[in-house]
Design a protein around this ligand. Structure first.
Ligand code: ADP
Length: 407
């Protein structure tokens, strides 16, 4: 059994800085759990406490059914793969793999068996007699993994293991690591600042900010139901546009939202998703629009009768052409909120008079299929898919969903 449990764990460094605040987290046996967040959010600290490289200031940390607060790294049977590979340059691959086994004082025959097994799993058999300097970055990474695997640890820890690799190699190795972990079924705790890595590798992803866990969920759940505007803007690239707005009720009972001086009826799917949306009517809220919620209005076929199909008429500030799609930057008459503002904005920052300030514009981002004629300085008609609107209360927290209404 190799579950991991953080139970109200704190880390306060000797200089008084609280790097981890009240972390409560259960990692399942065999799970691939990714800690993600911007630099300085505390993800390495959390991992180093798990590894036994940092003391725990308060709370309880368990691996399996053992509380490990006072155990040395050696007593924890965990294997850590570091950012720099930390291979011994004067040793061959075989000797590098053998080193941790010698430290464990295993008999020679067992050591050889474990090296053979690990080399096979990792495709290192032809490289066993090479020294690290004769290996590619990806191969060195595999040797570093091999050194962890041979010890047959109950938990694997990886701290930004891919950051030394070029983009192509990163994609390849992240696939290999994920596949390997699933093959072995060993619990994995993985740290990265890269949300794409987190989303593509983790069974679940723990999003951290300023030492606090924001949300833990499977990748798709984070994308679809972010707990707050920080998670919403951290997950997904380019990031979600979050703007100040207000909900209105129309005479026919439909709920509409204001975006750039226009009212858009919310799709019934959106209204139904939220538990108590009616209580937010006439109140300031935050609206989240992922870049993919915009689409190019085809003026020759679409009709403009309903307000929902009225496009925003915008001037293109700049365009990134990515081949099959384009990232379009434009200004709109909205007040944008940064995800980092979550929980920090004072109520006075969010007063409705911001909304009526028609002169305010913000830079927004849309992702659209490539089309001729989209160019810097050009005019564009962008419609909004109102089924893809996210709603947050003005404190930055997601408005409760139907399914979570009971909580
Ligand atoms: P991350 O891995 O998310 O980039 P870290 O866990 O390394 O972040 O650091 C979290 C915070 O704790 C940072 O603000 C960092 O400056 C601070 N920190 C890290 N180590 C120490 C230390 N030994 N003493 C004081 N503060 C530290």
């Amino acid at each position: 059994m190799a579950t991991v449990q953080f139970d109200h764990v704190f880390k306060i460094y000797p200089n008084g800085y609280t790097a981890i605040k009240d972390l409560c987290l259960d990692i399942r046996d065999g799970e691939f759990l990714v800690f993600v967040g911007p630099s300085g959010c505390g993800k390495s600290t959390a991992m180093r406490m798990l590894a036994g490289l940092e003391d725990i200031s308060a709370g309880k940390l368990s691996i399996g059914d053992q509380v490990v607060n006072d155990q040395t790294p050696q007593q924890r049977n965990i294997a850590m793969v570091f950012q720099n590979y930390a291979l011994y340059p004067h040793m061959t691959v075989r000797q590098n793999l053998d080193f941790p086994l010698k430290m464990m004082a295993l008999p020679r025959s067992q050591r050889q068996q474990r090296i053979t097994d690990a080399a096979k799993k990792l495709g290192l058999e032809p490289l066993l007699n090479r020294k690290p300097k004769a290996l590619s970055g990806g191969q060195r990474q595999r040797v570093a993994m091999g050194r962890a695997i041979v010890r047959d640890p109950s938990v694997f820890l990886m701290d930004e293991p891919l950051s030394n690799l070029d983009a192509k190699m990163r994609v390849q190795i992240r696939g290999e690591i994920a596949q390997l972990q699933r093959q072995m079924g060993t619990t994995m705790v993985y740290v990265t600042h890269d949300q794409v890595e987190a989303m593509t590798m983790g069974d679940r992803v723990a999003v951290m900010r300023l030492g606090e866990l924001q949300q833990i969920a499977p990748p798709q759940e984070l994308y679809e139901n972010p707990a707050n505007i920080f998670v919403a803007s951290f997950i997904g690239s380019p990031e979600m546009n979050i703007i100040r707005s207000q909900l209105y009720k129309r005479e026919d009972g439909a709920i509409a939202v204001e975006i750039a001086d226009r009212h858009f009826d919310l799709d019934t799917a959106v209204v139904n998703r939220y538990a108590n949306l009616h209580q937010y009517v006439d109140h300031p809220i935050l609206v989240g629009l992922r870049p993919e919620a915009f689409y190019l209005q085809n003026s020759s076929t679409d009709n403009y009768q309903t307000s929902n199909h009225q496009p925003l008429k915008v001037t293109v500030d700049s365009v990134e052409a990515l081949g099959h799609e384009m990232i379009v930057y434009f200004e709109a008459a909205v007040a944008k909120v940064e995800g980092e503002d979550s929980g920090q904005s004072s109520a006075s920052d969010l007063l409705p008079d911001h909304l009526s300030n028609n002169s305010q514009t913000s830079a927004l981002i849309a992702r659209v299929p490539s089309a001729k004629g989209i160019r810097t300085g050009g005019l564009l008609e962008l419609a909004i898919d109102t089924s893809k609107i996210y709603l947050f209360s003005e404190d930055g927290k997601a408005i409760a969903h139907q399914s979570s209404a009971a909580f």
